[in-house]
Design a protein. Structure first.
Length: 233
């Protein structure tokens, strides 16, 4: 079964997502880009609140949208976010020759990093293969432009199947995200990634608005194969 990752920006949103059945709690600021980072103090506060409420679900957090040439900033932010007690630190990986060195540096750090391949222009099979040879716990594909449609609009199904096969063959977990909607659930079920990331599908409006408890509950039920009342996309 594909597990549900929900991106949140505050303590109330994190507790709401956990209570609605999110399998992973992902900390980010949707108003700051695809992998917009929250202040380190906010990340630490959310982790403390979740654990104080007995939520044992894995917690991930992004470091923000940083370019591949800013390796020192990337490494410093990975360390700062990782020190907040999160289970995974997510780092966006853009296509290009500098990305290989970034992956090598991330693999050598002491934090559990999850590279997130920015797939708006498709997935670079050589870059993914390189990451598969490094000791990352999981790999993800996501999109940067949330207004251009979902991941399924940016990447052909055949390419996504190949991505999942590459990562699974390496023994790593694999996740998909990118403006996913409830209407994308059948496609997700056909691919069956280990987890899928959501924000747009579970907000009352666009992804920068508040989370909707009803949408969260309905999406969790859909991913679990339970019958629910139809939701608007």
């Amino acid at each position: 079964m594909t597990r549900m990752l929900v991106s949140v920006r505050s303590v109330p949103e994190a507790l709401l997502a956990a209570g609605a059945g999110a399998d992973f709690i992902d900390l980010k600021e949707p108003g700051e880009g695809a992998l917009g980072g929250l202040p380190v103090a906010t990340i630490a506060a959310i982790v403390r609140a979740l654990r104080a409420h007995g939520v044992a679900s894995p917690v991930s957090a992004t470091i923000g949208d940083l370019p591949m040439h800013a390796l020192q900033r990337i490494r410093a932010q990975v360390e700062a976010v990782g020190a907040c007690g999160v289970d995974y630190v997510k780092v966006g990986i853009e296509r290009g020759p500098q990305a290989f060195a970034v992956l090598d540096a991330l693999a050598a750090c002491d934090r559990p990093v999850v590279p997130v391949f920015v797939a708006d222009r498709g997935l670079d099979a050589a870059l993914v293969a390189h990451a598969c040879g490094l000791p990352f716990p999981a790999l993800m594909a996501d999109t940067a432009d949330k207004q251009a449609g979902s991941l399924f609009d940016a990447v052909p199904m055949a390419q996504l199947r190949h991505f999942l096969a590459q990562v699974r063959a390496a023994g790593q977990l694999v996740g998909l995200a990118g403006a996913l909607r409830t209407g994308d659930v059948p496609l997700l079920q056909a691919l069956a990634p280990d987890f899928a990331g959501f924000r747009s599908a579970v907000c009352v409006g666009d992804r920068a608005t508040a989370l909707c408890p009803q949408r969260l509950a309905a999406l969790a039920a859909l991913l679990r194969g339970q019958a629910v009342e139809p939701l608007a996309a």
